[in-house]
Design a protein around this ligand. Structure first.
Ligand SMILES: Cc1cc2nc3c(=O)[nH]c(=O)nc-3n(C[C@H](O)[C@H](O)[C@H](O)COP(=O)(O)OP(=O)(O)OC[C@H]3O[C@@H](n4cnc5c(N)ncnc54)[C@H](O)[C@@H]3O)c2cc1C
Length: 430
Protein backbone atom coordinates (compact mmCIF):
# COMPACT_ATOMS: atom_id res chain seq x y z
CA UNK A 1 0.00 0.00 0.00
CA UNK A 2 1.30 3.49 -0.87
CA UNK A 3 2.42 5.47 2.14
CA UNK A 4 0.23 8.43 3.08
CA UNK A 5 1.89 11.82 2.86
CA UNK A 6 1.41 12.43 6.61
CA UNK A 7 3.43 9.32 7.40
CA UNK A 8 6.48 10.41 5.45
CA UNK A 9 9.19 12.27 7.34
CA UNK A 10 9.75 15.52 5.54
CA UNK A 11 11.25 18.75 6.90
CA UNK A 12 8.54 20.98 8.39
CA UNK A 13 8.19 24.50 7.00
CA UNK A 14 6.08 26.91 9.04
CA UNK A 15 5.02 30.01 7.11
CA UNK A 16 3.54 32.84 9.17
CA UNK A 17 1.31 34.98 6.97
CA UNK A 18 -0.92 34.19 3.99
CA UNK A 19 -0.30 37.50 2.21
CA UNK A 20 1.39 37.78 -1.17
CA UNK A 21 4.77 36.45 0.01
CA UNK A 22 3.54 33.57 2.20
CA UNK A 23 0.94 32.38 -0.28
CA UNK A 24 3.33 32.38 -3.24
CA UNK A 25 5.84 30.44 -1.15
CA UNK A 26 3.21 27.84 -0.20
CA UNK A 27 2.29 27.45 -3.88
CA UNK A 28 5.95 26.88 -4.76
CA UNK A 29 6.33 24.21 -2.06
CA UNK A 30 3.16 22.40 -3.12
CA UNK A 31 3.85 18.71 -3.86
CA UNK A 32 7.50 19.16 -2.88
CA UNK A 33 9.16 17.03 -0.15
CA UNK A 34 8.19 19.31 2.76
CA UNK A 35 5.38 19.35 5.30
CA UNK A 36 4.11 22.93 5.20
CA UNK A 37 1.97 24.75 7.76
CA UNK A 38 0.57 28.07 6.58
CA UNK A 39 -0.58 30.16 9.56
CA UNK A 40 -2.65 33.33 9.39
CA UNK A 41 -4.88 35.16 11.85
CA UNK A 42 -7.48 35.49 9.07
CA UNK A 43 -8.88 32.62 7.05
CA UNK A 44 -8.57 34.67 3.88
CA UNK A 45 -5.97 36.39 1.74
CA UNK A 46 -6.45 40.14 1.31
CA UNK A 47 -5.60 41.99 -1.89
CA UNK A 48 -4.54 45.19 -0.15
CA UNK A 49 -4.06 47.43 -3.21
CA UNK A 50 -7.85 47.54 -3.70
CA UNK A 51 -8.80 48.08 -0.06
CA UNK A 52 -9.50 51.73 -0.82
CA UNK A 53 -12.25 50.67 -3.24
CA UNK A 54 -13.94 48.64 -0.49
CA UNK A 55 -13.62 51.65 1.81
CA UNK A 56 -15.37 53.87 -0.74
CA UNK A 57 -18.15 51.50 -1.77
CA UNK A 58 -16.77 50.61 -5.21
CA UNK A 59 -16.18 46.95 -4.39
CA UNK A 60 -17.57 44.52 -1.85
CA UNK A 61 -15.16 42.83 0.52
CA UNK A 62 -15.52 39.43 -1.18
CA UNK A 63 -14.08 40.94 -4.36
CA UNK A 64 -10.65 41.35 -2.79
CA UNK A 65 -10.59 38.52 -0.26
CA UNK A 66 -10.17 34.83 -0.96
CA UNK A 67 -10.31 31.84 1.44
CA UNK A 68 -6.83 30.53 2.15
CA UNK A 69 -8.20 26.98 2.52
CA UNK A 70 -9.53 27.18 -1.02
CA UNK A 71 -6.06 28.11 -2.35
CA UNK A 72 -4.25 25.34 -0.52
CA UNK A 73 -7.03 22.77 -1.14
CA UNK A 74 -5.21 21.06 -4.03
CA UNK A 75 -1.85 21.05 -2.17
CA UNK A 76 -1.57 17.69 -0.33
CA UNK A 77 1.49 18.65 1.73
CA UNK A 78 0.22 22.09 2.83
CA UNK A 79 -2.07 22.61 5.84
CA UNK A 80 -3.67 25.85 6.91
CA UNK A 81 -4.25 26.87 10.52
CA UNK A 82 -6.17 29.96 11.46
CA UNK A 83 -3.84 31.06 14.22
CA UNK A 84 -2.51 34.24 15.77
CA UNK A 85 1.22 33.84 16.24
CA UNK A 86 2.11 35.20 19.64
CA UNK A 87 5.79 34.41 19.95
CA UNK A 88 8.68 32.73 18.21
CA UNK A 89 10.96 30.48 20.24
CA UNK A 90 13.97 30.18 17.98
CA UNK A 91 16.07 28.33 20.62
CA UNK A 92 13.59 25.45 20.61
CA UNK A 93 12.56 25.94 16.97
CA UNK A 94 8.85 26.44 17.52
CA UNK A 95 6.23 29.15 17.21
CA UNK A 96 3.64 29.73 19.89
CA UNK A 97 0.13 30.56 18.71
CA UNK A 98 -3.33 30.92 20.21
CA UNK A 99 -4.20 27.44 18.92
CA UNK A 100 -1.03 25.65 20.06
CA UNK A 101 2.67 25.35 19.27
CA UNK A 102 4.19 24.50 15.89
CA UNK A 103 7.67 22.96 15.72
CA UNK A 104 9.63 23.76 12.58
CA UNK A 105 12.74 22.90 10.65
CA UNK A 106 12.37 26.06 8.61
CA UNK A 107 10.45 29.11 9.77
CA UNK A 108 9.40 31.77 7.28
CA UNK A 109 8.12 35.09 8.51
CA UNK A 110 5.82 36.74 6.00
CA UNK A 111 3.77 38.83 8.41
CA UNK A 112 3.72 42.08 6.42
CA UNK A 113 3.20 45.42 8.10
CA UNK A 114 0.83 47.28 10.39
CA UNK A 115 -0.11 50.95 10.61
CA UNK A 116 2.55 53.18 12.16
CA UNK A 117 1.29 56.08 14.29
CA UNK A 118 4.82 57.04 15.33
CA UNK A 119 3.95 56.62 19.00
CA UNK A 120 1.04 59.10 19.03
CA UNK A 121 -1.73 57.34 20.96
CA UNK A 122 -4.37 60.00 20.20
CA UNK A 123 -3.86 59.48 16.47
CA UNK A 124 -3.90 55.72 16.99
CA UNK A 125 -7.20 55.80 18.88
CA UNK A 126 -9.05 58.49 16.97
CA UNK A 127 -8.02 58.26 13.32
CA UNK A 128 -8.96 55.42 10.98
CA UNK A 129 -6.36 53.11 9.41
CA UNK A 130 -6.69 51.21 6.13
CA UNK A 131 -4.75 47.95 6.30
CA UNK A 132 -7.45 45.28 6.61
CA UNK A 133 -10.92 44.51 5.27
CA UNK A 134 -12.69 45.25 8.59
CA UNK A 135 -10.93 48.65 8.62
CA UNK A 136 -12.06 49.34 5.05
CA UNK A 137 -15.64 48.47 6.00
CA UNK A 138 -15.39 50.75 9.04
CA UNK A 139 -14.35 53.65 6.81
CA UNK A 140 -17.21 52.94 4.40
CA UNK A 141 -19.77 52.91 7.20
CA UNK A 142 -18.34 55.93 8.93
CA UNK A 143 -18.25 58.37 6.04
CA UNK A 144 -21.79 57.35 5.03
CA UNK A 145 -22.91 57.86 8.64
CA UNK A 146 -21.30 61.30 8.50
CA UNK A 147 -23.35 62.19 5.40
CA UNK A 148 -26.50 61.09 7.21
CA UNK A 149 -25.49 63.14 10.22
CA UNK A 150 -24.73 66.26 8.16
CA UNK A 151 -28.24 66.04 6.67
CA UNK A 152 -30.04 66.21 9.98
CA UNK A 153 -27.56 68.40 11.83
CA UNK A 154 -28.53 72.04 12.40
CA UNK A 155 -25.27 73.36 13.79
CA UNK A 156 -22.94 74.63 11.06
CA UNK A 157 -19.75 73.62 12.87
CA UNK A 158 -21.02 70.05 13.36
CA UNK A 159 -22.01 69.92 9.71
CA UNK A 160 -18.58 71.18 8.72
CA UNK A 161 -16.84 68.55 10.85
CA UNK A 162 -19.05 65.86 9.32
CA UNK A 163 -18.35 66.94 5.74
CA UNK A 164 -14.60 67.48 6.03
CA UNK A 165 -12.63 64.37 5.10
CA UNK A 166 -8.97 64.33 5.89
CA UNK A 167 -6.50 61.80 4.60
CA UNK A 168 -3.06 61.93 6.16
CA UNK A 169 -0.27 60.55 3.99
CA UNK A 170 -0.10 61.05 0.22
CA UNK A 171 1.39 57.72 -0.78
CA UNK A 172 -0.58 55.51 -3.21
CA UNK A 173 -3.22 54.69 -0.56
CA UNK A 174 -3.86 58.34 0.34
CA UNK A 175 -3.88 59.49 -3.27
CA UNK A 176 -6.23 56.72 -4.43
CA UNK A 177 -8.56 57.25 -1.50
CA UNK A 178 -8.68 61.01 -2.06
CA UNK A 179 -9.49 60.46 -5.77
CA UNK A 180 -12.31 58.07 -4.89
CA UNK A 181 -13.78 60.45 -2.29
CA UNK A 182 -13.75 63.26 -4.87
CA UNK A 183 -15.74 61.04 -7.24
CA UNK A 184 -18.27 60.35 -4.50
CA UNK A 185 -18.68 64.08 -4.01
CA UNK A 186 -19.18 64.60 -7.74
CA UNK A 187 -21.31 61.59 -8.70
CA UNK A 188 -22.98 60.21 -5.58
CA UNK A 189 -23.69 63.18 -3.32
CA UNK A 190 -25.89 65.12 -5.77
CA UNK A 191 -28.23 62.10 -6.09
CA UNK A 192 -28.12 60.44 -2.68
CA UNK A 193 -27.91 63.57 -0.56
CA UNK A 194 -29.79 66.11 -2.64
CA UNK A 195 -30.35 68.37 0.37
CA UNK A 196 -26.62 68.74 0.95
CA UNK A 197 -24.54 71.14 -1.11
CA UNK A 198 -21.58 69.07 -2.46
CA UNK A 199 -19.35 72.17 -2.41
CA UNK A 200 -19.52 71.98 1.39
CA UNK A 201 -17.72 68.65 1.38
CA UNK A 202 -13.94 69.11 1.52
CA UNK A 203 -11.30 66.47 0.92
CA UNK A 204 -7.94 67.36 2.42
CA UNK A 205 -4.85 65.34 1.58
CA UNK A 206 -2.08 66.11 4.04
CA UNK A 207 1.53 65.12 3.44
CA UNK A 208 4.62 65.80 5.57
CA UNK A 209 6.94 65.55 2.55
CA UNK A 210 7.17 67.91 -0.38
CA UNK A 211 5.32 65.83 -2.98
CA UNK A 212 2.55 63.30 -3.37
CA UNK A 213 3.54 59.73 -4.39
CA UNK A 214 7.07 60.30 -3.12
CA UNK A 215 8.13 56.73 -4.02
CA UNK A 216 7.30 57.31 -7.69
CA UNK A 217 9.02 59.54 -10.28
CA UNK A 218 8.78 63.31 -9.98
CA UNK A 219 6.72 63.37 -13.17
CA UNK A 220 4.19 61.00 -11.60
CA UNK A 221 4.06 63.16 -8.48
CA UNK A 222 3.40 66.29 -10.55
CA UNK A 223 0.77 64.63 -12.73
CA UNK A 224 -1.01 63.00 -9.80
CA UNK A 225 -1.08 66.31 -7.94
CA UNK A 226 -2.57 68.04 -10.98
CA UNK A 227 -5.19 65.29 -11.40
CA UNK A 228 -6.14 65.57 -7.73
CA UNK A 229 -6.37 69.36 -7.85
CA UNK A 230 -8.51 69.18 -10.99
CA UNK A 231 -11.08 67.10 -9.12
CA UNK A 232 -11.01 69.42 -6.13
CA UNK A 233 -8.80 67.64 -3.60
CA UNK A 234 -7.13 70.16 -1.32
CA UNK A 235 -3.49 69.11 -1.02
CA UNK A 236 -1.32 70.32 1.83
CA UNK A 237 2.36 69.44 1.38
CA UNK A 238 5.14 69.95 3.97
CA UNK A 239 2.43 69.76 6.62
CA UNK A 240 2.84 67.91 9.91
CA UNK A 241 -0.10 66.62 11.93
CA UNK A 242 0.60 67.23 15.59
CA UNK A 243 -2.56 66.09 17.36
CA UNK A 244 -6.23 65.18 17.16
CA UNK A 245 -9.06 65.15 19.68
CA UNK A 246 -11.62 63.40 17.48
CA UNK A 247 -12.97 66.64 16.02
CA UNK A 248 -10.12 69.08 15.55
CA UNK A 249 -6.97 68.05 13.71
CA UNK A 250 -3.98 70.10 14.80
CA UNK A 251 -1.27 70.99 12.30
CA UNK A 252 2.19 72.42 12.85
CA UNK A 253 2.34 76.12 11.91
CA UNK A 254 -1.06 75.97 10.20
CA UNK A 255 -4.69 76.44 11.11
CA UNK A 256 -6.32 73.30 12.46
CA UNK A 257 -9.08 71.50 10.54
CA UNK A 258 -12.47 70.49 11.92
CA UNK A 259 -13.00 66.91 10.77
CA UNK A 260 -14.59 63.81 12.22
CA UNK A 261 -13.26 61.50 9.51
CA UNK A 262 -9.48 61.38 9.55
CA UNK A 263 -7.88 58.50 7.70
CA UNK A 264 -4.33 57.68 8.65
CA UNK A 265 -2.28 56.40 5.73
CA UNK A 266 0.95 58.06 6.73
CA UNK A 267 3.08 55.04 7.43
CA UNK A 268 3.50 51.37 8.15
CA UNK A 269 5.90 49.34 10.26
CA UNK A 270 6.85 45.67 10.36
CA UNK A 271 4.26 43.40 11.95
CA UNK A 272 6.73 41.48 14.04
CA UNK A 273 5.63 38.78 16.50
CA UNK A 274 7.61 38.73 19.74
CA UNK A 275 10.65 36.58 20.29
CA UNK A 276 13.46 38.06 18.24
CA UNK A 277 16.21 40.01 20.01
CA UNK A 278 16.27 43.73 19.14
CA UNK A 279 19.58 43.30 17.31
CA UNK A 280 17.73 41.43 14.54
CA UNK A 281 15.30 44.26 14.00
CA UNK A 282 15.99 47.02 11.50
CA UNK A 283 14.52 50.52 11.02
CA UNK A 284 10.75 50.36 10.56
CA UNK A 285 10.47 47.22 12.73
CA UNK A 286 11.56 44.99 9.85
CA UNK A 287 13.78 41.92 10.23
CA UNK A 288 17.25 42.16 8.83
CA UNK A 289 17.89 39.33 6.37
CA UNK A 290 20.76 38.54 4.01
CA UNK A 291 20.39 38.24 0.24
CA UNK A 292 19.24 34.64 0.70
CA UNK A 293 16.37 35.73 2.92
CA UNK A 294 17.99 34.17 6.00
CA UNK A 295 18.06 35.86 9.37
CA UNK A 296 21.82 35.76 10.08
CA UNK A 297 22.58 33.89 13.29
CA UNK A 298 19.20 32.13 13.54
CA UNK A 299 19.21 28.58 12.23
CA UNK A 300 16.47 27.90 9.69
CA UNK A 301 14.73 31.29 10.06
CA UNK A 302 13.84 33.28 6.93
CA UNK A 303 11.79 36.40 6.24
CA UNK A 304 10.20 37.63 3.00
CA UNK A 305 7.86 40.37 1.84
CA UNK A 306 7.27 43.61 3.69
CA UNK A 307 8.58 42.31 7.01
CA UNK A 308 12.01 41.56 5.55
CA UNK A 309 14.67 44.24 5.25
CA UNK A 310 16.92 42.58 2.71
CA UNK A 311 19.97 44.78 2.78
CA UNK A 312 22.09 45.03 -0.35
CA UNK A 313 24.44 47.63 -1.80
CA UNK A 314 21.68 48.93 -4.08
CA UNK A 315 19.05 48.84 -1.32
CA UNK A 316 20.76 49.84 1.94
CA UNK A 317 17.37 50.04 3.72
CA UNK A 318 15.91 46.93 2.11
CA UNK A 319 13.51 46.69 -0.82
CA UNK A 320 10.42 48.91 -0.95
CA UNK A 321 7.35 47.47 0.75
CA UNK A 322 5.52 46.51 -2.42
CA UNK A 323 3.31 43.67 -3.52
CA UNK A 324 5.64 43.03 -6.47
CA UNK A 325 8.63 42.41 -4.16
CA UNK A 326 6.59 40.02 -1.97
CA UNK A 327 5.19 38.18 -5.01
CA UNK A 328 8.72 37.62 -6.38
CA UNK A 329 10.27 36.65 -3.04
CA UNK A 330 7.76 33.88 -2.28
CA UNK A 331 8.61 31.53 -5.19
CA UNK A 332 12.29 32.49 -5.03
CA UNK A 333 12.53 31.38 -1.38
CA UNK A 334 10.60 28.20 -2.24
CA UNK A 335 13.22 27.42 -4.87
CA UNK A 336 16.00 28.06 -2.34
CA UNK A 337 14.41 25.78 0.29
CA UNK A 338 14.28 23.03 -2.33
CA UNK A 339 17.94 23.70 -3.15
CA UNK A 340 18.79 23.63 0.55
CA UNK A 341 17.12 20.22 0.94
CA UNK A 342 19.13 18.96 -2.05
CA UNK A 343 22.43 20.40 -0.73
CA UNK A 344 22.66 22.75 -3.68
CA UNK A 345 24.02 26.31 -3.41
CA UNK A 346 21.43 28.99 -2.67
CA UNK A 347 20.63 31.80 -5.09
CA UNK A 348 20.59 35.47 -4.13
CA UNK A 349 17.37 37.40 -4.60
CA UNK A 350 17.35 39.80 -7.53
CA UNK A 351 14.34 42.09 -7.74
CA UNK A 352 12.92 42.64 -11.21
CA UNK A 353 11.44 46.11 -10.98
CA UNK A 354 8.49 46.10 -13.36
CA UNK A 355 7.38 49.61 -12.40
CA UNK A 356 4.85 51.22 -10.11
CA UNK A 357 1.50 52.88 -10.56
CA UNK A 358 -1.36 54.69 -8.86
CA UNK A 359 -4.81 55.77 -9.96
CA UNK A 360 -6.52 59.07 -9.24
CA UNK A 361 -10.08 58.20 -10.09
CA UNK A 362 -11.93 57.72 -13.34
CA UNK A 363 -9.72 57.77 -16.46
CA UNK A 364 -6.73 59.07 -14.54
CA UNK A 365 -3.63 57.21 -13.41
CA UNK A 366 0.13 57.50 -13.44
CA UNK A 367 2.45 54.66 -14.33
CA UNK A 368 6.24 54.52 -14.04
CA UNK A 369 7.66 51.72 -16.16
CA UNK A 370 11.45 51.16 -16.18
CA UNK A 371 11.92 53.32 -19.30
CA UNK A 372 8.74 55.34 -19.68
CA UNK A 373 6.26 57.41 -17.69
CA UNK A 374 2.58 57.26 -18.64
CA UNK A 375 -0.39 59.24 -17.44
CA UNK A 376 -4.11 59.64 -18.09
CA UNK A 377 -6.44 57.12 -19.63
CA UNK A 378 -3.78 54.75 -21.06
CA UNK A 379 -2.16 54.60 -17.63
CA UNK A 380 -5.59 53.98 -16.13
CA UNK A 381 -6.22 50.98 -18.42
CA UNK A 382 -2.79 49.59 -17.55
CA UNK A 383 -3.50 50.08 -13.85
CA UNK A 384 -6.82 48.22 -14.14
CA UNK A 385 -5.37 45.37 -16.19
CA UNK A 386 -2.41 44.82 -13.84
CA UNK A 387 -4.61 44.86 -10.73
CA UNK A 388 -7.12 42.46 -12.27
CA UNK A 389 -4.34 40.04 -13.18
CA UNK A 390 -2.78 40.18 -9.72
CA UNK A 391 -5.98 39.13 -7.94
CA UNK A 392 -5.67 35.64 -6.49
CA UNK A 393 -8.57 33.87 -8.15
CA UNK A 394 -10.59 33.89 -11.33
CA UNK A 395 -13.74 34.50 -9.26
CA UNK A 396 -12.25 37.67 -7.75
CA UNK A 397 -11.25 38.88 -11.21
CA UNK A 398 -14.76 38.38 -12.56
CA UNK A 399 -16.39 40.16 -9.59
CA UNK A 400 -13.97 43.09 -9.77
CA UNK A 401 -14.32 43.40 -13.53
CA UNK A 402 -18.14 43.37 -13.40
CA UNK A 403 -18.17 45.92 -10.57
CA UNK A 404 -15.77 48.20 -12.39
CA UNK A 405 -17.80 47.98 -15.59
CA UNK A 406 -20.97 48.78 -13.63
CA UNK A 407 -19.34 51.69 -11.80
CA UNK A 408 -17.92 53.05 -15.04
CA UNK A 409 -21.21 52.98 -16.90
CA UNK A 410 -23.41 54.13 -14.03
CA UNK A 411 -20.98 56.69 -12.52
CA UNK A 412 -21.69 55.33 -9.09
CA UNK A 413 -20.24 53.28 -6.30
CA UNK A 414 -23.03 50.88 -5.70
CA UNK A 415 -22.07 49.41 -2.33
CA UNK A 416 -23.03 52.42 -0.24
CA UNK A 417 -24.16 50.30 2.66
CA UNK A 418 -23.92 50.93 6.38
CA UNK A 419 -24.13 47.26 7.31
CA UNK A 420 -22.23 47.50 10.54
CA UNK A 421 -22.42 51.06 11.92
CA UNK A 422 -19.06 52.26 13.12
CA UNK A 423 -18.65 53.79 16.55
CA UNK A 424 -15.60 55.93 16.93
CA UNK A 425 -13.23 55.10 19.77
CA UNK A 426 -12.51 57.59 22.51
CA UNK A 427 -9.12 58.99 23.44
CA UNK A 428 -8.38 55.87 25.51
CA UNK A 429 -9.12 53.60 22.57
CA UNK A 430 -12.40 52.30 24.01
C1 LIG B 1 -4.04 50.09 1.37
C2 LIG B 1 -2.83 49.49 0.70
C3 LIG B 1 -2.61 49.69 -0.66
C4 LIG B 1 -1.50 49.12 -1.28
N1 LIG B 1 -1.30 49.31 -2.62
C5 LIG B 1 -0.26 48.73 -3.25
C6 LIG B 1 -0.07 48.86 -4.65
O1 LIG B 1 -0.86 49.52 -5.33
N2 LIG B 1 1.00 48.24 -5.22
C7 LIG B 1 1.89 47.49 -4.48
O2 LIG B 1 2.83 46.92 -5.04
N3 LIG B 1 1.73 47.35 -3.16
C8 LIG B 1 0.70 47.96 -2.53
N4 LIG B 1 0.54 47.81 -1.18
C9 LIG B 1 1.55 47.06 -0.44
C10 LIG B 1 1.32 45.57 -0.58
O3 LIG B 1 -0.01 45.25 -0.28
C11 LIG B 1 2.30 44.87 0.35
O4 LIG B 1 3.61 45.18 -0.07
C12 LIG B 1 2.10 43.36 0.32
O5 LIG B 1 0.81 43.02 0.75
C13 LIG B 1 3.14 42.69 1.21
O6 LIG B 1 2.93 41.32 1.19
P1 LIG B 1 3.33 40.43 2.44
O7 LIG B 1 3.02 39.03 2.05
O8 LIG B 1 4.71 40.78 2.86
O9 LIG B 1 2.38 40.91 3.63
P2 LIG B 1 0.80 40.98 3.71
O10 LIG B 1 0.18 40.91 2.37
O11 LIG B 1 0.52 42.18 4.57
O12 LIG B 1 0.40 39.66 4.49
C14 LIG B 1 0.76 39.43 5.83
C15 LIG B 1 -0.15 38.37 6.40
O13 LIG B 1 0.34 37.99 7.65
C16 LIG B 1 -0.73 37.83 8.57
N5 LIG B 1 -0.20 38.03 9.92
C17 LIG B 1 0.49 39.11 10.38
N6 LIG B 1 0.85 38.93 11.66
C18 LIG B 1 0.36 37.73 12.04
C19 LIG B 1 0.40 37.00 13.26
N7 LIG B 1 1.02 37.47 14.35
N8 LIG B 1 -0.22 35.80 13.30
C20 LIG B 1 -0.85 35.31 12.18
N9 LIG B 1 -0.92 35.96 11.02
C21 LIG B 1 -0.31 37.15 10.94
C22 LIG B 1 -1.74 38.87 8.13
O14 LIG B 1 -3.05 38.52 8.54
C23 LIG B 1 -1.58 38.85 6.61
O15 LIG B 1 -2.47 37.97 6.00
C24 LIG B 1 -0.58 48.36 -0.52
C25 LIG B 1 -0.79 48.16 0.84
C26 LIG B 1 -1.92 48.73 1.45
C27 LIG B 1 -2.15 48.50 2.91
Amino acid sequence: MAEKFEDLKYPVVVIIGGGFAGLELAKKLSRKPFKVYLLDRHNYHTFQPLLYQVATGGLGSDAIAYPLRKVIGPMPNVSFRMAEVQRMDTDNKKVITDVGDFAYDYLVLATGTKTNYFGNSALQNLTMPLKTIPEALDIRSYFLQEFEKALVEQSLSTQEAALNFVIVGAGPTGVELAGAMAEIRKNVMPNDYRELDPSRMHIHLIEAGNRVLATMSEKSSRDAQKFLEDIGVEIMLNTMVTGYDGKELKLKDQESILAETVIWSAGVMGNLPEGLPASFVQRGNRIKVDEFGQVPGLDGVFAIGDIAAMISEKHPNGYPMLGSVAIQQGPWLGENLIRLANNQPLRKFVYKDKGSMATVGRNRAVVDLPFIHLKGIIAWYIWMFVHLMLLVSFRNRVIVFVNWAWNYLSYERAIRLIIRPYKKKDLNGE
